[in-house]
Write a protein that binds this ligand. Structure first.
Ligand code: NAP
Length: 281
């Protein structure tokens, strides 16, 4: 197993998967391969071999690896993003996406209820936001509003998902008054941008949300972003992206090995890295 990306600053995935391999008694390891662009194709070719279970992939190689796979499963095709690939018994690599089911498991635990029937507001229109919107629509959310700094990306995402599920998906600019207006009736507000991790500030005006709302921030370093701090100060339910990371890793592990139930082992292994100030390799 290897994670392909550049740079690879975090070793959360490696720690989780190696702990799960050890607990399952599987003689395998999860390597971090920080590759130059011209090295990617060779590693993907090698990963077709019998010594491999599959690959993890992160920025900036998600698209190129998807193109080098022999197939991409239906959900990942709809989402438009692959973050893992599994080697099948006949030596094919099939791309799949674990962010969507990982988000669903983590957010439903954070909310204490299913996504079905709720109003969702999402900040961001990148790869993670696509997985979040797909998860909400396929789980039966009632209404999804996507706000992005770049309004054309929000509109494009909304168009991309029109017709999945029965819920309307609306794209707006993050600073459009409509975005703030949608927050007033949101059951769930999600930050799927890098704000709070890379850039300071918040994408969601917490004071606008109703008291029943849950705030979910995909960022997990730092453990408590300014958004989560503000949400908790208001007494709202709030969760970071740590549990999503664990759930998506457990889903990928099951796909590679056939072994389920590894979230607990992974959670314990990654806990020190998910604590504040942890996580940098
Ligand atoms: P991406 O494809 O690069 O998208 C980045 C998003 O952030 C875009 O919507 C971008 O807006 C927005 N953004 C960046 N800087 C901004 C700013 N200053 N103000 C407002 N918006 C800004 O990245 P991604 O893969 O979707 O990841 C997004 C976040 O989710 C990252 O923090 C990542 O770590 C996290 N994530 C967490 C998990 C998990 O398991 N917890 C899984 C996946 C991702 P523009 O469109 O205007 O550029």
């Amino acid at each position: 197993m290897a994670l392909l990306g550049r740079p690879l600053r975090r070793r959360h995935s490696q720690v989780m998967h190696d702990a799960a391999f050890a607990a399952a008694g599987i003689d395998a390891r999860y390597e971090l391969l920080e590759l130059e662009p011209d090295e990617v194709e060779g590693v993907v070719r090698e990963a077709h071999g019998p010594g491999w279970l599959g690959l993890g992939v992160t920025a900036p190689y998600k698209q190129v690896v998807a193109g080098l796979c022999d197939g991409v499963d239906a959900d990942a095709t709809t989402i438009g993003a692959v973050n893992n690939a599994v080697r099948t018994a006949d030596g094919q690599l099939v791309g799949f996406n674990t962010d969507a089911p990982g988000f669903r498991a983590a957010v439903e635990a954070a909310m204490g209820r299913p996504l079905a029937g709720i109003d969702v507001v999402v900040a961001g229109a990148g790869g993670a936001a696509h997985a979040v919107v797909f998860a909400c629509l396929s789980a039966g959310a009632r209404r999804v509003t996507v706000g992005d700094r770049t309004v054309s990306r929000a509109n494009e995402l909304a168009r991309h998902f029109a017709g999945i599920g029965s819920a309307p998906v609306t794209g707006v600019a993050l600073d459009d008054p409509l975005f703030a207006a949608e927050l007033r009736s949101a059951d769930l507000a999600v930050n799927a941008t890098t704000v709070g991790m890379i850039d300071p500030g918040m994408t969601i005006e917490v004071d606008t949300l109703p008291a029943r709302a849950t705030v979910f921030d995909l960022v997990y370093v730092p453990a408590e972003t300014p958004l989560l701090r503000a949400a908790r100060a208001r007494g709202l339910r709030a969760a970071n992206g740590g549990e999503m990371l664990i759930q998506q890793a457990a889903i990928a592990f099951e796909r590679w090995t056939g072994m389920s139930g590894m979230a607990g082992v992974m959670r314990a292994a990654v806990a020190p890295l998910l604590a504040d100030a942890g996580g940098q390799a």
